[in-house]
Ligand binder design. Structure first.
Ligand code: GLU
Length: 505
């Protein structure tokens, strides 16, 4: 086989918001394409009109734009293998369905849904296949004239693929190795439905992968059962020599317990399972998204990349570029990957640390302003520098940092009980006097002077610092005391001390 340019595709059905597992599938396709100098196609598989959800396609496109996962061609990106929406490719599919019919590899079936239902309740584990197809109403059991008459009268029909029994089908999977399946267990899958004049997923998927020159199919494990049929379809069309290689990715599993990750796990444990917030157009229900929850796209990408694959080293932090060179599809695990959402939070924290103070301050400044505080960017940045290692998300900064900008109006009761002693007011009044006399109010300027005074007086350092903190912050927590007072400046520090002395006595 001649070397073909690597072409992969991400082919979601627009049936709702993109699940986080789908994001990982797209990411792996992206990494595989990039590292092989290949191309990534974005195809919309919308042949199931009943499950179509308006807005889903735009949602998916916006998700990848946010994540920085770029497609080379496809819906909204252009390219010369289009159209890329399956609902716009009806005529193409018709031709290929006809080819299989003409060659006797598929047949018309007229069984109504009710008849099929009756059959299923009558025969246990009924399967429409080589053993049963001759008992059914189809073009194998009825003569051509009869079939034509029914079609002319507008009777609905389907086209079914004729699976020959007694064959061993080999699926060559880059993760699972060679998977061998007996054709006997397959049913004669419906390839086309006259009712909506559209093919089913299976036919459209194969025809498009072929016409779009796809070389590797990387998709979720839930599609593994379809793979043998897909192999048979490739052969039936005479395309076996350009059959893509498969890679079926491990499932994403619940963070705890068994089974696959569901939206309910997210609701129950409080983490998003969708990249962006989703507003259900029918129910109005809102589901949380990684973007709106304050995650960085780089953190989400990094987190997802390591769910089902690992580099075989200790390295955990990867840029997208680094992932492109480190990723190895053959090293993906076969077993499902536990969706450790806490790890996702950890990644976000790491990216807060990794990003510059400037970048975090640019995100935090509007929050500060939104709380009615008028501060210079530089001062916001100073606060970010002191506090960013304490948060996992930018939005966690405000509750932790508001005291830098707004003087406390109340003092935490418990802290007062524990830390404001009978002599605290007296000590704070003295401290105010000491601070008053300090010219250089930087950390380095204050610290030795205050220390000297504490020592000279024989006070307990802890007592002084605890009361000082309570006066300036209002609670018993925060960064280094002199970092705080230096940031506030002499005037504000003295004002806060004064007020605490008056209120707490
Ligand atoms: N439309 C399928 C999906 O929604 C595509 C599966 C495949 O990649 O073949 O995931």
């Amino acid at each position: 086989m001649s070397e073909r340019k690597v072409r992969v595709r991400f082919a979601p059905s627009p049936t709702g918001p993109l699940h986080i597992g789908g994001v990982r599938t797209a990411l792996y396709n992206y990494l595989f394409a990039r590292q092989n100098n290949g191309e990534l196609v974005f195809r919309i598989e919308d042949t199931d009109s009943h499950r179509f959800v308006p807005g889903a396609e735009d949602y998916i496109i916006e998700s990848f734009r946010w994540l920085g996962i770029k497609f080379d061609e496809g819906v909204s990106f252009g390219g010369n293998h289009g159209p890329y929406r399956q609902s716009e490719r009806r005529n193409i599919y018709k031709k290929y369905v006809q080819q299989l019919l003409d060659e006797g590899k598929a047949y018309y079936a007229f069984d109504t849904p009710e008849e099929l239902e009756a059959k299923r309740s009558e025969v246990q584990n009924f399967q429409y296949d080589a053993h049963t197809r001759m008992q059914m109403r189809n073009s194998l059991t009825m003569d051509a004239a009869e079939c034509e008459r029914r079609m002319a009268e507008g009777e609905q029909f389907t086209v079914r693929f004729k699976v020959e029994p007694g064959r061993e089908i080999r699926v060559n999977d880059m993760i699972r190795g060679e998977v061998v399946i007996k054709s006997d267990i397959l049913d004669d899958k419906v390839l086309y439905k006259s009712a909506d004049e559209l093919p089913t997923y299976h036919l459209a998927n194969i025809v498009d992968d072929h016409l779009m020159e796809i070389t590797h199919v990387i998709r979720g494990e839930e599609w593994l059962p379809s793979a043998p049929l897909h192999v048979l379809l490739y052969e039936a069309f005479g395309w076996a020599d350009t059959m893509p290689r498969f890679a079926h990715l491990p499932l994403l599993l619940k963070p705890e317990g068994k089974g696959k990750l569901s939206k309910r796990d997210g609701d129950r444990l409080g983490f998003p399972v969708f990249p962006l917030e989703w507003h259900d157009p029918k129910t109005g229900e809102v589901s949380s998204g990684y973007r709106e929850s304050g995650y960085f796209p780089e953190a989400v990408v990094n987190f997802l990349a390591l769910l089902g694959w690992n580099p075989g080293t200790e390295q955990e932090l990867f840029t997208l570029e680094e992932l492109v060179s480190a990723f190895d599809i053959s090293k993906c695990s076969k077993a499902g990957a536990k969706f450790d959402y806490q790890k996702g939070i950890w990644f976000n924290h790491e990216y807060i640390l990794k990003k510059s103070d400037d970048e975090i301050a640019r995100l935090f400044a509007p929050i500060v302003a939104g709380n009615g505080v008028d501060e210079t960017f530089d001062r916001v940045k100073q606060v970010v520098h002191m506090m960013k290692d304490r948060v996992n998300f930018v939005h966690e900064l405000w509750p932790l940092c508001s005291f830098f900008f707004i003087a406390p109006t109340e003092y935490d009761e418990k802290t007062v009980k524990k830390r404001w002693k009978d002599y605290s007011a007296q000590q704070m009044a003295e401290l105010a006097g000491v601070l008053q006399g300090i010219e250089d109010f930087s950390v380095e300027g204050q610290e030795p002077v205050v220390m000297q005074w504490v020592e000279a007086k024989g006070y307990k350092l802890g007592d002084v610092m605890n009361a000082f903190r309570l006066a300036l912050v209002g609670i018993g927590k925060g960064p280094g005391m002199f970092d705080i007072s230096a940031f506030l400046g002499k005037e504000e520090t003295l004002k806060r001390l004064q007020r605490a002395i008056e209120v707490l006595k």
